[in-house]
Design a protein. Sequence first.
Lengths: 124, 124, 124, 124
Amino acid sequence: MADELSINSKDTLEQLKIAMRQFAEERDWDQFHSPKNLTMALAGETAELLDCFRWVTEEASYQLDDKSAQAAKEELADVLLFTVRLADKLNIDLFAAAQEKMLKNADNYPVEQVKGKAKKYTEY
Amino acid sequence: MADELSINSKDTLEQLKIAMRQFAEERDWDQFHSPKNLTMALAGETAELLDCFRWVTEEASYQLDDKSAQAAKEELADVLLFTVRLADKLNIDLFAAAQEKMLKNADNYPVEQVKGKAKKYTEY
Amino acid sequence: MADELSINSKDTLEQLKIAMRQFAEERDWDQFHSPKNLTMALAGETAELLDCFRWVTEEASYQLDDKSAQAAKEELADVLLFTVRLADKLNIDLFAAAQEKMLKNADNYPVEQVKGKAKKYTEY
Amino acid sequence: MADELSINSKDTLEQLKIAMRQFAEERDWDQFHSPKNLTMALAGETAELLDCFRWVTEEASYQLDDKSAQAAKEELADVLLFTVRLADKLNIDLFAAAQEKMLKNADNYPVEQVKGKAKKYTEY
């Protein structure tokens, strides 16, 4: 059933969720995937992304060399996969949560007030 | 056009990508969204997730109190949104990248070898 | 005794270690300070530093406004305090470890080879 | 002069500051060491620490195997070195900042109120 869904659905986040479940089940890794541990894993992968960018300028960060670009792509993929997995373990509907958060962000950062400025909303 | 796509598509990652583009454009924030800066933002949001879990046990991390659960949901949403935005800025097809990475992970962690064990693949 | 040492010693890392021990003992917080948890706390504090710098340019990062400068100072202090505390819990002599690591770094990055270049040593 | 100081002083943080300055100067790395970049490097190193602990239990985190213990020691050393370097670049007296922060923490977490409890001070 999971496989049928993963084949038929166009919901990309849902597909990844199901694939990650299966991956963990096959390896008997559910025991390690507590939300606490997954959060650490997510933060670890995110930081590996930082390593791709720490010494490059902002300008250069748009045009990584091939090796760094490939590394960034893989790290970003890991970040997404752990995000999806953590949401699943916390029973969070990730897409709905992202949509809600965008509405909240739109409230916190009204266009007329923040246009062209980058501050935290508490500072406006 | 973007709006039509965002309404019609069931591709959740694609929808978020388009919504984030529009959000940044309306606020003239593209200038701040260099990959370098977005990576820092992503890592910052991820770490806020750590704060929800740092003093709880693994067991308790499955059952956060309401306030922490809401905080975790919002932080996780931010992580996803910045992941999507960064991928867009790096011209990475995020879903394809995640699928590729899962295949690579399956190679690195063959079921028969890693079942029930949690080590980095370089240690097997 | 701890207090005498903290007053007499000029070893600043040692002083902080003792002060942090006392702080935790008085609050009965040793039970929360497992190395695993402290690592999460350390990473959380470090990421708050990222928030001070995420949207500023490299040039501007040398001259933060007063509010950001104060925030950065406090976050950096927390990073140091958790680093000291974690080393204590892991029975690591932090100063000795830092000196050893500098020697290793000097080996990995010989002056004549890396002068003016920023790459990871594995790439030279 | 720097060397004399580093030999005579017992101030361990001061010694590391001077050693890091010299290390960067010899390699002409000051150009890369903007506060923004150093913050990314610091966060990157911190996250490598997370990798040592992500799948171990709290109990096991007190007794890492030799290989993980050595890795943790080296990562923690890097965290300290980048903390010291970043403070130097921001003209922060790190030891004074840490002492101030401890006083503030003592105010935020009065013994009688927080004893044996782990919450953020805003929640008490």
